[in-house]
Design a protein around this ligand. Structure first.
Ligand code: 8IG
Length: 276
């Protein structure tokens, strides 16, 4: 069986195998926290210092080469030293999205691998559209809850997982103590690859949504189902369709991410040691 066949036939075994390969290659048997860096977030991770290890994600079982600009497809290991407490962070630069058409297993493989590598906290970052008209471009928002409009779950079978505290309240409180200006919002998962129509954005706002994007939700569910605690942070990089009348483009997303990178990096660096 090839590694890709294993991913689809037995995704948890593929994640276990990838985690073992990560332990071997990094020399770190146990990572504590994982970060998935979405579009525009890649340079925020520079705040964590010099990585102890880096390689291309596709060197590990079940990982694919990156499909989108701004998603570099690297895996890094960082040692984070804080007040004598040494933490190991596993960082995925980039992710696989549902809109790539590869199916759901590649989308959640990073977080499953991270949990198998020992991570108890999974930090999911993304760039998204702002539905809530009080948001500005460049503003980070903590995900409080989500609405899945894809109807695709990473779980199958009679696994009736409770999602009441999917985006850990404990962690959100810690992050808000670190930066009291942070707002919370409800994130809608939209398959893409098209952005929404203005009518769809109006529907989402009516349903109680604040943010819209094409990631994070399956990863949060997969991580939570395996017992990890989840933090989701969205960076608003554009007003959603119809909000301002401007057209949406990917360059704007990358630029807004770059502009916010220092603030996002400082937030992550400050908060990580307090989560574990
Ligand atoms: I960045 O406006 C980014 N990702 N669905 N809509 C959706 N995804 C996005 C958007 C947006 N902006």
């Amino acid at each position: 069986m090839t590694q890709t066949e294993l991913l689809f036939k037995d995704p948890l075994a593929a994640a276990e195998q990838a985690a073992q390969e990560i332990a071997t290659k990094t020399g770190v048997t146990h990572h504590d926290v994982a970060l998935v860096m979405g579009s525009g977030w890649i340079s925020a991770v520079d705040a964590l210092g010099v990585p102890a290890f880096e390689c291309n994600a596709e060197e590990f079982t079940g990982f694919f080469p990156p499909a989108v600009e701004g998603h570099s497809g690297k895996v890094r290991s960082y040692e984070i030293d804080s007040d004598g407490k040494k933490l190991r962070a596993l960082v995925f630069l980039g992710r696989t999205h549902l809109y790539e058409g590869k199916g759901i297993e590649p989308v959640v493989h990073s977080v499953r691998t991270a949990v198998k590598a020992g991570c108890k906290v999974i930090i999911l970052t993304n760039a998204c559209g702002g539905i809530n008209t009080s948001y500005s471009v460049g503003q980070p928002v903590l995900i409080r809850d989500h609405i899945s409009l894809t109807a695709v779950s990473p779980l199958s079978g009679a696994t009736f997982v409770d999602l009441t505290d999917l985006y850990s309240k404990r962690i959100r409180e810690i992050v808000k103590r670190e930066d009291s200006s942070l707002q919370e919002g409800v994130y809608v998962h939209w398959r893409g690859p098209t952005y929404e129509t203005p009518a769809e954005i109006l529907m989402m706002r009516t349903m109680g949504a604040d943010l819209v994007g094409m990631s994070t939700v399956p990863e949060a569910i997969a991580a939570h189902a395996l017992g990890a605690e989840v933090l989701g942070i969205s960076l608003v990089t554009n007003a959603a369709a119809g909000v301002t009348g401007e057209k949406l483009n990917h360059e704007e997303v990358i630029a807004a991410g770059k502009a916010a990178a220092d603030r996002m990096g400082a937030l992550l660096k400050g908060v990580i040691p307090k989560l574990l």
